[in-house]
Ligand binder design. Structure first.
Ligand code: CO
Length: 237
């Protein structure tokens, strides 16, 4: 899983370097698909419940599961979440980043990105033997809400291994000590989705793209993390 995680990271690094005004989300998709093949893996999302692409690209008020499109040209001031999953020799890797499209992205949106990524690391630090998914969720939620942002409830992180989505669900909210216990050798994908405004969501007519109900911008970061005797081990570094 470290190998599949490493491939996901290389794809995200490559695609991130392409992000600029005038680039379309389909440009990112094509580059990612080529890169995944070159690195000897297979995409995990394409064909999953008929999802059509190898990436999810979610711009601005889109939270997750945005579908790459020729028509979606990134512009100054936008933020874009890029989510990628691959499978290598039967084992899955899954990670996401959100990047500013230009250096004119407003400071409060930069803060949204920083706080969301920090909250992911707060959650990762709780991925320890004997802790529960509630410890992970509470750590994420506390950090996000202290900054005045809100945590999405309708989409959650997940176990991952020989399937993209396994038990347990890993919410980005919760109560310490509650929920499924983390055991040695489990791997979980922790993926906070954080809204600038209110937490409510809706899904667009394409049946995939999740957006904020209030139209506020949203950020998303994800890592796969193994629960080990030596503490949390990030597999998508
Ligand atoms: Co995931």
């Amino acid at each position: 899983m470290r190998q599949s995680g490493h491939i996901v990271r290389q794809v995200l690094d490559y695609v991130r370097s392409m992000v600029a005004p005038g680039v379309t989300t389909m440009d990112l998709e094509r580059a990612a698909e080529k890169k995944i093949g070159e690195l000897g893996a297979k995409p995990a999302f394409k064909g999953y419940y008929d999802y059509p692409c190898v990436l999810c690209t979610s711009v601005n008020e889109e939270i997750v599961h945005g579908i790459p499109s020729e028509k979606r040209e990134l512009k100054e001031g936008d933020i874009v979440s890029i989510d990628c999953g691959v499978v290598l020799d039967g084992y899955y890797g899954d990670a996401a980043i959100t990047v500013p499209v230009s250096d004119t992205v407003k400071p409060e949106l930069r803060k949204l990105l920083t706080v969301t990524e920090e909250s992911l690391y707060r959650g990762i630090d709780q991925a320890r033997i004997g802790n529960s998914v509630g410890d992970v969720g509470a750590a994420v939620q506390e950090h996000v809400e202290a900054a005045g942002f809100s945590v999405v409830r309708e989409f959650v992180g997940h176990g991952i291994g020989t399937h993209l989505h396994e038990e347990p669900q890993v919410p980005n909210y919760g109560a310490r000590g509650h929920g499924a216990k983390l055991r040695e050798g489990m791997v979980i994908a922790i993926e906070p989705m954080v809204n600038f405004g209110k937490p409510e969501t809706r899904v667009l007519g394409d049946k995939w793209t999740a957006v904020t109900a209030d139209g506020s911008f949203s950020a998303h970061f994800e890592h796969c993390v193994a629960v080990t005797k030596d503490g949390p081990m990030i597999l998508t570094k």
